[in-house]
Design a protein around this ligand. Structure first.
Ligand SMILES: NC(=O)c1ccc[n+]([C@@H]2O[C@H](COP(=O)([O-])OP(=O)(O)OC[C@H]3O[C@@H](n4cnc5c(N)ncnc54)[C@H](O)[C@@H]3O)[C@@H](O)[C@H]2O)c1
Length: 446
């Protein structure tokens, strides 16, 4: 990236003075042999996975890491080398002219602010899902991406998966006839599955920048559980809807070409993991999708259950008039052709009526002896991805390729917000006990 260093410095000076970024954003800053210089903001579980996938893409260098917990900065140097610049203040990362792109893997309540600060500082952004914590946050991210011309990829890796691509191709080819409903679920039954993550013994006020963790959330005294298990609190997370429904929305929108429901209703409760969390551990959502030029009208039913006694499982069922497409490890299309005659239910009619009915029925459907050819092909067609296939790596490949080429990513801010919107509305519906309206075109609440 040497060739553009001076431009970057100049540009960052300009943004520091409060100017917008669009000019630099239009330019192509990466030649084929250049490394893309990446920084990680939020170096916990997913951030570490994101950094690993990004490095695996090739042609990527991790140059800086920001986290508000010192232990994660120490771990970053252990994992990626002493040369990696570390800081508790992400703005120091954004001020570095040698950084092209940032991966944002903080708790949800920081996504909007850091994404916008990063784009305004001239950085491309890979931001973990959900793109925003609150519906009100979404438009500003969409607008900033547009205004600055920066690349923004949201981190729902399913949309880059060959499995979901196969499902999309099959749907487009009419594999299940006319779609009428979709079910998707995500069941868990373990403490870690239910977000009871480990709290390190060195979680002290000295090692944690508590105020920077809280950010825009209400000021509360130091309490490490709120940081290390942030998903359990509405102040920082987005409940199971923002954490997991959002993956189901993004995967399903990718497969069907849908952009969002018009009506949202969610119900559920906190049934088992009563550890002080203020979000449900069982959530059911119902969504009405209107017809578009991509799909007929259909209904969607989503479920997350963290107390599923039979163990962990997740998947999709796309139900159509001619078959069902299931996504699990791979894609399965199951078909049972309709019978060639409708059959009858005449046993309780008077005898003479039965006889008359049967005569007319057999005139219409003459009795035929079963022959081998009359056996109906009840079929299950399965498509499995190659062994060890990693959609997360493909999602980062797509991002890094876009950073180089300036071509659109697969999951931009609009796609990301259209997945996050109905997921976040599920929380509104659950907590306010009401049906919510959503305009998927304008991405606004009704
Ligand atoms: N794509 C996926 O499949 C997937 C899977 C898991 C998590 N995620 C998403 O990734 C994000 C992170 O989740 P996680 O499980 O890694 O959580 P985590 O708690 O393990 O990591 C979050 C990190 O962010 C740090 N942090 C908090 N505030 C910060 C700030 N202001 N500046 C810098 N660092 C800050 C925390 O100290 C922590 O190290 C979430 O948005 C989550 O929804 C995505």
């Amino acid at each position: 990236m040497k060739d553009t260093m001076s431009t970057r410095r100049h540009f960052l000076g300009a943004t520091a003075a409060g100017l917008a970024a669009p000019l630099l954003a239009q330019s192509t800053r990466h030649s084929a042999n250049d490394h893309v210089q990446v920084a990680l903001i939020g170096a916990g579980g997913m951030g570490s996975g994101d950094a690993a996938s990004s490095l695996q893409v090739g042609g990527v260098k991790l140059v800086a890491v920001s986290d508000i917990y010192q232990g994660r900065l120490t771990h970053a140097k252990e994992a990626w080398g002493n040369d990696v610049f570390t800081t508790r203040d992400y703005r120091e990362v954004l001020a570095r002219p040698d950084i092209d792109a940032v991966i944002i893997a903080t708790p949800d309540h920081w996504h909007q602010q850091i994404s916008m600060d990063a784009m305004n500082a001239g950085k491309d952004v890979y931001c973990e899902k959900p793109m925003v914590q609150r519906i009100e946050d979404g438009k500003a991210v969409v607008d900033t991406a547009q205004k600055t011309g920066r690349i923004l990829q949201v981190g729902s890796q399913r949309v880059s998966s060959v499995v979901y691509q196969k499902a999309r191709e099959l749907m487009q080819a009419g594999a299940i006839g006319q779609l009428n409903m979709i079910e998707a679920w995500w069941d868990r039954n373990s403490a870690i599955g239910a977000w009871q993550y480990s709290i390190p013994p060195d979680a002290t006020p000295e090692n944690i920048d508590w105020d920077r963790f809280l950010g825009r959330a209400p000021k509360v005294p130091f309490e490490p559980i709120r940081l290390f298990r942030w998903r359990n609190y509405r102040d920082y997370g987005t409940g199971v809807a923002g954490d997991l429904f959002v993956h189901l929305f993004s995967g399903m929108h990718f497969v069907t070409g849908a952009i969002g429901p018009q009506r949202v209703y969610a119900t559920g409760g906190l049934r088992y993991w009563k550890d002080g969390r203020d979000v449900p551990d069982v959530l059911l959502g119902l969504y009405d999708y209107a017809a578009t030029d991509k799909h007929p009208a259909f209904n969607l039913a989503l479920r997350v259950n963290f107390v599923s006694g039979a163990g962990e499982d997740s998947g999709f069922r796309f139900v159509g008039s001619e078959g069902i497409l299931t996504i699990g490890n791979g894609v399965t299309v199951s078909k049972t052709p309709r019978e060639s005659e409708p059959g009858y239910t005449i046993d309780t009619f008077p005898k003479a009526t039965q006889e008359q009915f049967l005569k007319e029925y057999h005139d219409k459907y003459p009795p035929r002896k079963a022959i081998a050819d009359s056996i109906r092909p009840d079929s299950d067609e399965k498509f499995l991805p190659p062994r060890g296939y990693n959609d997360h790596l493909d999602h980062h490949r797509n991002f890094i390729a876009a950073v180089r080429s300036r071509k659109p990513v697969i999951e931009d801010a609009v796609f990301g917000f259209r997945a996050a919107g109905p997921a976040l509305l599920s929380n509104v519906s659950y907590f306010e006990k009401r049906v919510c309206k959503w305009d998927p075109q304008t991405m606004t609440m009704g």
